[in-house]
Design a protein around this ligand. Structure first.
Ligand SMILES: NC(=O)C1=CN([C@@H]2O[C@H](COP(=O)(O)OP(=O)(O)OC[C@H]3O[C@@H](n4cnc5c(N)ncnc54)[C@H](OP(=O)(O)O)[C@@H]3O)[C@@H](O)[C@H]2O)C=CC1
Ligand SMILES: Nc1nc(=O)c2c([nH]1)NC[C@@H]1CN(c3ccc(C(=O)N[C@@H](CCC(=O)O)C(=O)O)cc3)C=[N+]21
Length: 295
Protein backbone atom coordinates (compact mmCIF):
# COMPACT_ATOMS: atom_id res chain seq x y z
CA UNK A 1 0.00 0.00 0.00
CA UNK A 2 1.19 3.49 -0.72
CA UNK A 3 0.21 6.43 1.43
CA UNK A 4 -1.46 9.60 0.25
CA UNK A 5 1.01 12.47 0.47
CA UNK A 6 -0.51 15.34 2.43
CA UNK A 7 0.28 18.55 0.56
CA UNK A 8 1.19 20.97 3.35
CA UNK A 9 2.64 23.46 0.92
CA UNK A 10 -0.63 23.58 -1.04
CA UNK A 11 -2.76 23.77 2.12
CA UNK A 12 -0.54 26.60 3.38
CA UNK A 13 -0.91 28.52 0.11
CA UNK A 14 -4.70 28.13 0.33
CA UNK A 15 -4.77 29.34 3.95
CA UNK A 16 -2.54 32.30 3.11
CA UNK A 17 -4.86 33.23 0.24
CA UNK A 18 -7.88 33.09 2.59
CA UNK A 19 -6.06 35.25 5.12
CA UNK A 20 -5.17 37.76 2.39
CA UNK A 21 -8.85 38.11 1.42
CA UNK A 22 -9.81 38.77 5.03
CA UNK A 23 -6.92 41.22 5.47
CA UNK A 24 -8.25 43.21 2.52
CA UNK A 25 -11.67 43.35 4.20
CA UNK A 26 -10.11 44.31 7.51
CA UNK A 27 -8.12 47.12 5.91
CA UNK A 28 -11.17 48.46 4.12
CA UNK A 29 -13.20 48.41 7.35
CA UNK A 30 -10.58 49.84 9.73
CA UNK A 31 -8.25 51.88 7.52
CA UNK A 32 -5.22 50.08 8.90
CA UNK A 33 -3.24 46.91 8.18
CA UNK A 34 -2.46 44.22 10.78
CA UNK A 35 1.21 44.33 11.85
CA UNK A 36 3.57 41.55 12.92
CA UNK A 37 6.83 42.30 14.76
CA UNK A 38 9.49 39.59 14.51
CA UNK A 39 12.50 39.81 16.82
CA UNK A 40 15.70 37.97 15.88
CA UNK A 41 18.61 37.90 18.32
CA UNK A 42 21.99 36.88 16.92
CA UNK A 43 22.99 35.45 13.58
CA UNK A 44 21.87 31.81 13.52
CA UNK A 45 21.54 31.14 9.76
CA UNK A 46 18.52 28.80 10.04
CA UNK A 47 16.67 31.35 12.20
CA UNK A 48 17.50 34.10 9.71
CA UNK A 49 15.94 32.00 6.90
CA UNK A 50 12.73 31.44 8.88
CA UNK A 51 12.48 35.10 9.85
CA UNK A 52 12.85 36.11 6.21
CA UNK A 53 10.09 33.76 5.07
CA UNK A 54 7.81 35.02 7.87
CA UNK A 55 8.39 38.61 6.76
CA UNK A 56 7.68 37.72 3.13
CA UNK A 57 4.45 35.87 3.98
CA UNK A 58 3.32 38.80 6.13
CA UNK A 59 3.78 41.32 3.31
CA UNK A 60 2.18 39.00 0.74
CA UNK A 61 -0.93 38.79 2.91
CA UNK A 62 -1.23 42.60 2.89
CA UNK A 63 0.01 43.02 6.47
CA UNK A 64 2.88 45.09 7.86
CA UNK A 65 6.13 43.39 8.90
CA UNK A 66 8.43 44.95 11.49
CA UNK A 67 11.75 43.13 11.75
CA UNK A 68 14.03 43.79 14.71
CA UNK A 69 17.51 42.29 14.39
CA UNK A 70 19.50 42.49 17.60
CA UNK A 71 23.12 41.56 18.31
CA UNK A 72 23.73 38.22 20.06
CA UNK A 73 25.30 40.07 23.05
CA UNK A 74 22.16 42.08 23.86
CA UNK A 75 21.14 41.79 27.53
CA UNK A 76 17.90 40.17 28.62
CA UNK A 77 16.82 43.54 30.07
CA UNK A 78 17.35 45.40 26.79
CA UNK A 79 15.43 42.72 24.88
CA UNK A 80 12.55 43.01 27.35
CA UNK A 81 12.64 46.82 26.94
CA UNK A 82 12.04 46.31 23.21
CA UNK A 83 9.17 43.91 23.92
CA UNK A 84 7.57 46.50 26.20
CA UNK A 85 7.76 49.06 23.39
CA UNK A 86 6.13 46.60 20.98
CA UNK A 87 3.45 45.79 23.59
CA UNK A 88 2.38 49.43 23.66
CA UNK A 89 2.78 50.12 19.92
CA UNK A 90 -0.71 50.32 18.39
CA UNK A 91 0.65 49.35 14.94
CA UNK A 92 1.80 45.98 16.29
CA UNK A 93 -0.83 43.22 16.56
CA UNK A 94 1.53 40.28 16.87
CA UNK A 95 4.95 39.79 18.49
CA UNK A 96 7.19 36.82 17.76
CA UNK A 97 10.62 36.38 19.34
CA UNK A 98 12.47 33.80 17.27
CA UNK A 99 13.76 30.84 19.32
CA UNK A 100 16.28 29.61 20.30
CA UNK A 101 17.77 32.62 22.11
CA UNK A 102 21.44 32.92 23.15
CA UNK A 103 22.29 31.04 26.39
CA UNK A 104 22.54 34.17 28.57
CA UNK A 105 18.87 35.02 27.92
CA UNK A 106 16.11 33.10 29.72
CA UNK A 107 13.41 32.41 27.09
CA UNK A 108 10.76 32.04 29.81
CA UNK A 109 11.35 35.62 31.05
CA UNK A 110 11.19 36.93 27.48
CA UNK A 111 7.97 35.07 26.68
CA UNK A 112 6.43 36.30 29.96
CA UNK A 113 7.12 39.89 28.91
CA UNK A 114 4.99 39.61 25.74
CA UNK A 115 1.42 40.93 26.03
CA UNK A 116 -0.63 37.69 25.92
CA UNK A 117 -3.06 39.38 23.53
CA UNK A 118 -0.20 39.97 21.04
CA UNK A 119 1.38 36.54 21.60
CA UNK A 120 0.71 35.12 18.13
CA UNK A 121 3.12 32.22 18.84
CA UNK A 122 0.85 31.15 21.72
CA UNK A 123 3.86 30.54 23.98
CA UNK A 124 2.88 32.78 26.93
CA UNK A 125 1.72 30.82 30.02
CA UNK A 126 -1.64 32.64 29.83
CA UNK A 127 -2.21 31.25 26.34
CA UNK A 128 -0.93 27.78 27.28
CA UNK A 129 -3.43 27.89 30.16
CA UNK A 130 -6.26 29.13 27.95
CA UNK A 131 -5.59 26.26 25.52
CA UNK A 132 -5.51 23.74 28.36
CA UNK A 133 -8.89 24.80 29.80
CA UNK A 134 -10.67 25.65 26.54
CA UNK A 135 -10.69 29.45 26.58
CA UNK A 136 -10.08 31.72 23.58
CA UNK A 137 -6.43 32.66 23.17
CA UNK A 138 -3.67 31.98 20.68
CA UNK A 139 -2.81 28.43 19.64
CA UNK A 140 0.86 27.74 18.80
CA UNK A 141 1.32 27.83 15.02
CA UNK A 142 2.96 24.44 14.43
CA UNK A 143 0.38 22.35 16.32
CA UNK A 144 -2.44 24.44 14.81
CA UNK A 145 -1.05 23.73 11.35
CA UNK A 146 -0.86 20.01 12.13
CA UNK A 147 -4.46 20.01 13.34
CA UNK A 148 -5.67 21.75 10.19
CA UNK A 149 -3.92 19.13 8.04
CA UNK A 150 -5.42 16.31 10.11
CA UNK A 151 -8.96 17.68 9.89
CA UNK A 152 -8.65 18.24 6.14
CA UNK A 153 -7.49 14.63 5.78
CA UNK A 154 -9.77 12.85 8.25
CA UNK A 155 -12.71 15.14 9.04
CA UNK A 156 -13.98 14.38 12.55
CA UNK A 157 -11.17 13.17 14.84
CA UNK A 158 -13.48 12.12 17.67
CA UNK A 159 -12.54 8.81 19.34
CA UNK A 160 -9.32 8.29 17.39
CA UNK A 161 -6.18 7.07 19.12
CA UNK A 162 -3.52 9.77 18.74
CA UNK A 163 0.11 9.40 19.77
CA UNK A 164 2.22 12.55 20.00
CA UNK A 165 5.95 11.81 20.17
CA UNK A 166 7.66 14.73 21.95
CA UNK A 167 6.52 16.88 24.89
CA UNK A 168 8.03 20.31 24.23
CA UNK A 169 6.07 23.41 25.26
CA UNK A 170 6.02 24.66 21.68
CA UNK A 171 4.96 21.51 19.81
CA UNK A 172 4.25 18.27 21.70
CA UNK A 173 2.23 19.56 24.66
CA UNK A 174 -0.01 22.01 22.78
CA UNK A 175 -0.51 19.37 20.04
CA UNK A 176 -1.76 16.93 22.66
CA UNK A 177 -4.12 19.58 24.10
CA UNK A 178 -5.57 20.30 20.64
CA UNK A 179 -6.13 16.61 19.91
CA UNK A 180 -7.76 16.15 23.31
CA UNK A 181 -10.09 19.07 22.57
CA UNK A 182 -11.02 17.23 19.34
CA UNK A 183 -11.97 14.20 21.48
CA UNK A 184 -9.03 11.98 20.56
CA UNK A 185 -7.64 9.50 23.05
CA UNK A 186 -4.19 11.02 23.43
CA UNK A 187 -0.90 9.44 24.43
CA UNK A 188 2.18 11.64 24.82
CA UNK A 189 5.44 9.74 24.29
CA UNK A 190 8.96 11.03 25.06
CA UNK A 191 12.52 9.89 25.62
CA UNK A 192 11.58 7.78 28.69
CA UNK A 193 8.68 6.00 26.99
CA UNK A 194 9.06 2.21 27.14
CA UNK A 195 8.65 0.34 23.88
CA UNK A 196 7.83 3.31 21.68
CA UNK A 197 7.17 1.14 18.58
CA UNK A 198 4.43 -0.70 20.48
CA UNK A 199 2.88 2.59 21.67
CA UNK A 200 2.91 3.96 18.12
CA UNK A 201 1.35 0.76 16.77
CA UNK A 202 -1.91 1.58 18.60
CA UNK A 203 -2.25 4.99 16.92
CA UNK A 204 -4.68 6.06 14.22
CA UNK A 205 -2.86 9.41 14.26
CA UNK A 206 0.89 9.81 14.83
CA UNK A 207 2.46 13.23 15.30
CA UNK A 208 6.26 13.03 15.45
CA UNK A 209 8.01 16.07 17.02
CA UNK A 210 11.30 14.69 18.24
CA UNK A 211 14.23 16.18 16.32
CA UNK A 212 15.77 12.84 15.25
CA UNK A 213 15.96 12.20 11.54
CA UNK A 214 14.08 9.10 10.39
CA UNK A 215 13.45 7.73 13.89
CA UNK A 216 9.87 6.49 13.31
CA UNK A 217 9.94 3.42 11.05
CA UNK A 218 7.21 2.04 8.82
CA UNK A 219 6.90 -1.19 10.81
CA UNK A 220 5.99 0.84 13.95
CA UNK A 221 2.78 2.01 12.27
CA UNK A 222 -0.72 0.63 12.29
CA UNK A 223 -1.58 0.08 8.61
CA UNK A 224 -3.56 3.07 7.32
CA UNK A 225 -2.47 5.44 10.11
CA UNK A 226 -2.25 9.17 9.42
CA UNK A 227 1.29 10.43 10.04
CA UNK A 228 2.21 14.08 10.66
CA UNK A 229 5.95 14.64 10.61
CA UNK A 230 6.96 17.85 12.42
CA UNK A 231 10.69 17.14 12.42
CA UNK A 232 13.01 19.49 10.55
CA UNK A 233 16.46 17.92 10.68
CA UNK A 234 19.37 19.03 8.54
CA UNK A 235 21.24 15.90 7.49
CA UNK A 236 24.74 15.98 6.04
CA UNK A 237 25.03 14.30 2.66
CA UNK A 238 27.91 13.52 0.33
CA UNK A 239 30.31 16.18 -0.92
CA UNK A 240 29.41 18.73 1.79
CA UNK A 241 25.78 18.87 0.67
CA UNK A 242 22.95 18.62 3.16
CA UNK A 243 19.22 18.07 2.98
CA UNK A 244 16.17 18.29 5.27
CA UNK A 245 14.71 15.15 6.79
CA UNK A 246 11.73 14.60 9.05
CA UNK A 247 11.49 12.49 12.21
CA UNK A 248 9.76 9.75 10.22
CA UNK A 249 11.55 7.37 7.86
CA UNK A 250 9.51 8.41 4.84
CA UNK A 251 10.52 5.51 2.57
CA UNK A 252 9.28 2.78 4.92
CA UNK A 253 6.43 4.77 6.54
CA UNK A 254 4.83 5.69 3.23
CA UNK A 255 4.42 1.95 2.50
CA UNK A 256 2.28 1.41 5.63
CA UNK A 257 0.61 4.75 6.46
CA UNK A 258 -2.72 5.81 4.97
CA UNK A 259 -1.50 9.39 4.62
CA UNK A 260 1.72 11.16 5.51
CA UNK A 261 3.22 14.65 5.41
CA UNK A 262 6.51 15.11 3.56
CA UNK A 263 9.53 17.10 4.79
CA UNK A 264 10.00 19.65 3.34
CA UNK A 265 6.57 20.70 2.08
CA UNK A 266 4.46 19.44 5.00
CA UNK A 267 4.11 21.03 8.42
CA UNK A 268 6.75 23.77 7.94
CA UNK A 269 4.78 25.89 5.42
CA UNK A 270 1.60 25.46 7.52
CA UNK A 271 3.43 26.91 10.54
CA UNK A 272 4.06 30.15 8.66
CA UNK A 273 0.51 30.29 7.26
CA UNK A 274 -0.87 29.86 10.81
CA UNK A 275 1.38 32.65 12.05
CA UNK A 276 -0.13 35.17 9.63
CA UNK A 277 -3.56 33.75 10.44
CA UNK A 278 -2.97 34.36 14.16
CA UNK A 279 -1.74 37.89 13.44
CA UNK A 280 -4.94 38.71 11.56
CA UNK A 281 -6.99 37.13 14.37
CA UNK A 282 -5.20 39.38 16.87
CA UNK A 283 -5.91 42.53 14.86
CA UNK A 284 -9.53 41.50 14.29
CA UNK A 285 -10.10 40.94 18.02
CA UNK A 286 -8.68 44.36 18.79
CA UNK A 287 -11.16 46.05 16.41
CA UNK A 288 -14.14 43.73 16.76
CA UNK A 289 -13.80 42.78 13.08
CA UNK A 290 -15.58 39.51 12.36
CA UNK A 291 -13.68 36.63 10.73
CA UNK A 292 -15.00 33.32 9.33
CA UNK A 293 -15.37 30.63 12.04
CA UNK A 294 -13.12 28.14 10.27
CA UNK A 295 -10.16 30.42 9.42
N1 LIG B 1 7.83 22.32 11.14
C1 LIG B 1 7.88 23.29 12.04
O1 LIG B 1 7.29 24.31 11.86
C2 LIG B 1 8.63 23.09 13.30
C3 LIG B 1 9.47 22.01 13.40
N2 LIG B 1 10.14 21.76 14.57
C4 LIG B 1 10.96 20.53 14.59
O2 LIG B 1 10.28 19.56 15.36
C5 LIG B 1 11.21 18.76 16.07
C6 LIG B 1 10.88 18.83 17.56
O3 LIG B 1 11.01 20.18 18.00
P1 LIG B 1 10.82 20.60 19.54
O4 LIG B 1 9.54 20.09 20.04
O5 LIG B 1 11.16 22.02 19.62
O6 LIG B 1 12.05 19.72 20.16
P2 LIG B 1 12.56 19.51 21.66
O7 LIG B 1 13.98 19.12 21.50
O8 LIG B 1 12.18 20.64 22.53
O9 LIG B 1 11.73 18.24 22.13
C7 LIG B 1 11.97 16.96 21.62
C8 LIG B 1 11.09 15.95 22.31
O10 LIG B 1 11.39 14.67 21.74
C9 LIG B 1 11.60 13.73 22.78
N3 LIG B 1 12.57 12.73 22.39
C10 LIG B 1 13.90 12.88 22.17
N4 LIG B 1 14.46 11.70 21.84
C11 LIG B 1 13.47 10.77 21.86
C12 LIG B 1 13.43 9.38 21.63
N5 LIG B 1 14.51 8.70 21.30
N6 LIG B 1 12.25 8.75 21.74
C13 LIG B 1 11.14 9.44 22.06
N7 LIG B 1 11.12 10.77 22.29
C14 LIG B 1 12.27 11.43 22.20
C15 LIG B 1 12.12 14.54 23.95
O11 LIG B 1 11.82 13.82 25.15
P3 LIG B 1 12.19 14.37 26.63
O12 LIG B 1 11.17 15.42 26.92
O13 LIG B 1 12.05 13.17 27.47
O14 LIG B 1 13.59 14.90 26.51
C16 LIG B 1 11.33 15.84 23.81
O15 LIG B 1 10.10 15.78 24.49
C17 LIG B 1 12.58 19.29 15.67
O16 LIG B 1 13.05 18.53 14.57
C18 LIG B 1 12.30 20.71 15.25
O17 LIG B 1 13.24 21.19 14.33
C19 LIG B 1 9.96 22.54 15.66
C20 LIG B 1 9.15 23.64 15.63
C21 LIG B 1 8.44 24.03 14.41
N1 LIG C 1 9.21 31.94 18.20
C1 LIG C 1 9.32 30.96 17.31
N2 LIG C 1 8.23 30.54 16.64
C2 LIG C 1 8.32 29.53 15.72
O1 LIG C 1 7.30 29.14 15.10
C3 LIG C 1 9.60 28.94 15.48
C4 LIG C 1 10.70 29.41 16.20
N3 LIG C 1 10.54 30.41 17.12
N4 LIG C 1 11.92 28.86 16.02
C5 LIG C 1 12.16 27.83 15.04
C6 LIG C 1 10.93 27.00 14.74
C7 LIG C 1 10.99 26.28 13.42
N5 LIG C 1 9.96 26.88 12.60
C8 LIG C 1 9.75 26.58 11.25
C9 LIG C 1 8.99 27.37 10.42
C10 LIG C 1 8.87 27.11 9.08
C11 LIG C 1 9.52 26.05 8.50
C12 LIG C 1 9.42 25.83 7.04
O2 LIG C 1 8.81 26.59 6.31
N6 LIG C 1 10.03 24.76 6.51
C13 LIG C 1 10.06 24.42 5.09
C14 LIG C 1 11.48 24.26 4.57
C15 LIG C 1 12.37 25.44 4.84
C16 LIG C 1 13.82 25.14 4.43
O3 LIG C 1 14.03 24.75 3.27
O4 LIG C 1 14.70 25.30 5.31
C17 LIG C 1 9.36 23.09 4.85
O5 LIG C 1 9.31 22.29 5.80
O6 LIG C 1 8.91 22.86 3.74
C18 LIG C 1 10.27 25.24 9.31
C19 LIG C 1 10.37 25.49 10.68
C20 LIG C 1 9.31 27.82 13.31
N7 LIG C 1 9.79 27.93 14.56
Amino acid sequence: MSARIIDGKGAAAALRAKVAVEVAGYRAATGRAPGLAVVLVGEDPASAVYVRSKGKATLEAGMLSFEHKLPAEISEGKLIDLINELNSDPAVDGILVQLPLPDHIDPNQVILAIDPDKDVDGFHPINAGRLAIGLTGFTPCTPLGCLKLLKAELGDLSGKNAVVIGRSNIVGKPMAMLLLAEHCTVTIAHSRTRDLPEVVRAADIVVAAVGRAGMVKGDWLKPGATVIDVGINRVAGEGGNSHLAGDVDFASASQIAGAITPVPGGVGPMTIACLIRNTLVSAARRDGFELPEDL
